[in-house]
Design a protein. Structure first.
Ligand SMILES: Cc1cc2nc3c(=O)[nH]c(=O)nc-3n(C[C@H](O)[C@H](O)[C@H](O)COP(=O)(O)OP(=O)(O)OC[C@H]3O[C@@H](n4cnc5c(N)ncnc54)[C@H](O)[C@@H]3O)c2cc1C
Length: 349
């Protein structure tokens, strides 16, 4: 998502290579339905595949949440954002709002977009552009707890980014951002996060938003030998790091059931977020309750990646040849807290 700003570096990994490195076999195809009674999945081409244990990690579907806005779903919307930045430096746009809709459950990218836009304007010598961030949160990035909210508020203020908290952005029309039960805000452009919906796979239970109910080991409620992890699950925060923690819990349960000498470890979410600012990034960490809120300009984990997984990050780092810089066993406290290195400019591993 940082590509329009030309900061950081996005790494892409071929799935075939990763599956082989993990000792697994890759079979491509689109899953159409699950029959948990028969322990069979059906692919879109009609083919059936049997399984002993099934782990679903199908993600969520982004939907436009603020009509009329540029919905930023990820790299695919980079060109539209670049066009908006160009219009702004050309003097056609003077006031941009970044809108977090209700239901969007990973607001951090929008804060990054606002901060990086401010930095982009400054680097291009574009003056007089007002940037506003509108969010239903009580405080900026309140999911990371009070220390992070305070630090992020200061950061936004230092870039003169105006923040409207406790508001519900609805749509952008006729030069205003309309909010529920609040006065509209006059702006020239709005960038919003999408709302997410679960995949609603036939044979798999889901709530009204399509999300799959699971227990703390990722077991799909009501089905036998079917697990789910990541954005498709009912866990309200849709983040890569917590997705890996859900996957770890499911993997420990599956391994223990298969007779491995491991103790199943339940999902106990810890949030880790790397906020790119255009200058020194901020590392944010908190329990899912917002407790133990920590913010630092130095890495709180290693490698200092944007998607943090106890096993996934070192695994991907090894694929990039960075493994030798990693100290301590996977997930150990020493790895997380002793990891101090020169400040990165924000890699996007
Ligand atoms: C703009 C933006 C920035 C973000 N930045 C960060 C960040 O910095 N750090 C972070 O931790 N998180 C970030 N997130 C959140 C993160 O991207 C997601 O939480 C994470 O990708 C969820 O992983 P997942 O495996 O559950 O789903 P996904 O990553 O969506 O993967 C699901 C996969 O399943 C495939 N699939 C779907 N349906 C089927 C089917 N029927 N059959 C077969 N395959 C199927 C999809 O093609 C996809 O490859 C960001 C999100 C957004 C929108």
């Amino acid at each position: 998502m940082t590509e329009p700003f030309r900061v950081g570096e996005v790494k892409r990994f071929p799935l075939q290579k990763l599956t082989e490195a993990a000792g697994a076999r890759l079979r491509t195809g689109s899953l159409a339905a699950v029959d948990a009674e028969r322990k069979v999945v059906t692919l879109e081409n009609g083919q059936e595949l049997g399984y002993d244990i099934l782990l679903l990690a199908l993600g969520a579907r982004p939907r436009e949440a603020v009509a009329g806005a540029l919905t930023f779903r990820g790299p695919q919307d980079g060109p539209a954002l670049s066009a908006l930045l160009e219009k702004t430096t050309a003097g056609e746009i003077h006031r941009i709002a970044f809108a977090v809709p209700t239901g969007a459950s990973w607001p951090l990218p929008l804060y990054e977009l606002a901060l990086l836009t401010a930095e982009y304007m400054s680097a291009h010598g574009t003056r007089g552009v007002e940037i506003l961030l509108a969010t239903p949160e009580d405080h900026p990035l309140s999911l990371f707890g009070p220390a992070a909210s305070e630090a992020v508020s200061e950061l936004l203020a230092s870039r003169e980014i105006q923040v409207e908290t406790s508001v519900t952005p609805l749509r952008f029309e006729e030069g205003v951002l309309r909010l529920a039960a609040q006065r509209p805000i006059a702006v020239d452009a709005v960038v919003a996060l999408p709302q997410l919906e679960g995949p609603r796979l036939p044979g798999v239970p889901h709530d009204e938003h399509g999300f799959v109910p699971t227990d703390e080991y990722g077991w799909v409620v009501g089905l036998t030998d079917v697990y789910a992890a990541g954005d498709l699950s009912q866990f309200p925060l849709k983040q890569g790091g917590t997705a890996t923690q859900q996957a770890d819990a499911a993997a420990s349960s599956i391994a223990a059931d298969a007779g491995a000498a491991v103790k199943p470890e339940p999902f106990r979410p810890v949030l880790r977020g790397l906020l790119l600012t255009g200058f020194v990034p901020r590392f944010l960490r908190a329990e899912a309750t917002g407790a133990h809120s920590v913010v630092d300009t130095e890495p709180l984990w290693w490698p200092p990646a944007k998607i943090v997984g106890r096993y996934l990050t070192p695994f991907l780092a090894a694929e990039l040849g960075l493994a030798e810089t990693v100290v301590g066993p996977p997930g150990s406290a020493s790895r997380e807290h002793n990891a101090r290195s020169p400040s990165p400019t924000g890699g996007s591993l």
